[in-house]
Design a protein around this ligand. Sequence first.
Ligand code: CMP
Length: 140
Amino acid sequence: MALERTLSIIKPDATRRNLTGAINALLEAAGLRIIAQKRLRLSEARAKEFYAVHKERLFYSDLVKFMTSGPVVVQVLEGEDAVLLNRKVMGATDPALAVEGTIRKTFAESIEANSVHGSDSPDNAKIEIEFFFSQDEIVG
Ligand code: CMP
């Protein structure tokens, strides 16, 4: 077990339904500590850059459109094995496949409007955290 950090995004479908607090409660109940958080609106250029790894996928342009459709809340979460733990709390990308009690099973509307994003590896977590936060915005 290692103390880790991961990047979390509460997506526009969730901010639209005023679910930031409800999602944060599930993250905190699972043992994740929110050590940085801000609400912002992604520009098309920033959303494209963040999801560049998916640029060849058929869903890329719809994903960029969705992620820029309303405010998001970006967060740094800290905890033991935070990357894996957060992915467990989020549940499967497709809410139809997500386990009962997970954020996506509880709140997601579809595979696209799936309420939250979480880094998929410690290496990507570092890159994604640096994409949104400067060091002085993170208070561990
Ligand atoms: P996220 O964890 O943010 O990473 C990429 C996102 O693409 C994913 O969550 C989904 O919201 C979105 N997406 C839309 N369609 C698909 C799809 N068919 N397969 C995987 N991800 C998809």
